[in-house]
Write a protein that binds this ligand. Structure first.
Ligand SMILES: [Fe+2]
Ligand SMILES: [Fe+2]
Length: 268
């Protein structure tokens, strides 16, 4: 099973000043093209929030148009820039999305249980899961006895050293960590929001963040109140799962780079 994770596309309408700054729609269109033609064609694509920048219906309509060429199932999630009701109103055919309440759901028909959480806290940059969603997560993990689970969520529950972004992460990270600590069947926790790739051991599993298909946050570690974006290359993650080896994650550039040397496989 191969799962592509793309995140923080921040789609805006053409008349938004951010369109000129980041070309977010063009960059998403390139990512969609890449996912359709790559030799590593994924079985599904998870989009881990900040799908659009202002949560407007028209932005979601543009998002819908941009991702419609994808030739595999797509799963949508909410980030802090999303509006959950507007999102579900434009994607009524995405019937895994609950009709009301948080946009959390579980996909149970593959070799891993896929759990999507909704950390959106309206009007805030930080994220929050809340007691009801944490209880739902706890029950889903408890019931998952025949395979491991992947947890997708927009806000990372861990600090990264990018201090300004850390101030905008998950408010109830401690409560989330307590739930995670109770279960040994969590294969990985996969987040967005940071606009950079990071990994860390977290409560007995591995947690990581996915870079953006649009713009990245500059790598300024330590005590600084500066936050700046950089036009580092658009990226995504490919999560490759096999029965023998479990989950291995690869960073994948949207742009194709030419081969400079080749050989036939085989140990000599
Ligand atoms: Fe973002
Ligand atoms: Fe975000």
């Amino acid at each position: 099973m191969l799962i592509a994770q793309i995140t923080d596309m921040h789609v805006v309408l053409p008349d938004d000043p951010m369109a000129e700054l980041y070309q977010t729609a063009d960059r998403l269109a390139e990512a969609v093209r890449h996912l359709n033609i790559t030799v590593n064609k994924p079985d599904m694509v998870f989009m881990t929030g900040d799908l659009v920048n202002c949560g407007k219906v028209k932005e979601y309509e543009l998002l819908r148009e941009l991702i419609s060429p994808l030739g595999m199932p797509v799963y949508l999630m909410a980030g802090n820039h999303d509006d959950c009701d507007n999102l579900r109103s434009v994607f009524p055919d995405h019937d895994y999305l609950p009709a009301t309440g948080p946009l959390c759901y579980a996909i149970n028909d593959g070799p891993l249980k896929l759990i999507a959480l909704d950390t959106n806290l309206p009007g805030k940059s930080q994220g929050q899961l809340g007691d009801a969603q944490l209880a739902w997560l706890d029950a889903e993990l408890q019931a998952c006895t025949d395979r491991n689970a992947l947890i997708f969520m927009h806000h990372p529950p861990f600090r990264t050293g990018l201090v300004t972004m850390d101030d905008m992460n998950l408010i109830d990270a401690d409560a989330f960590g307590e739930v995670v600590s109770r279960h040994s069947n969590i294969e990985r926790i996969l987040c967005g929001h940071l606009h950079r790739a990071t990994q860390t051991l977290y409560k007995g599993t591995l947690a990581q963040t996915c870079p953006s298909t649009s713009h990245q946050i500059n790598l300024l570690l330590g005590e600084t109140n500066e936050l700046e974006t950089v036009k580092e290359p658009p990226e995504l993650l490919l999560h490759y799962w096999t029965e023998e080896d479990g989950l291995v994650t690869h960073n994948d550039y949207v742009k194709n780079y030419p081969a400079v040397w080749k050989m036939k496989s085989g140990v000599q």
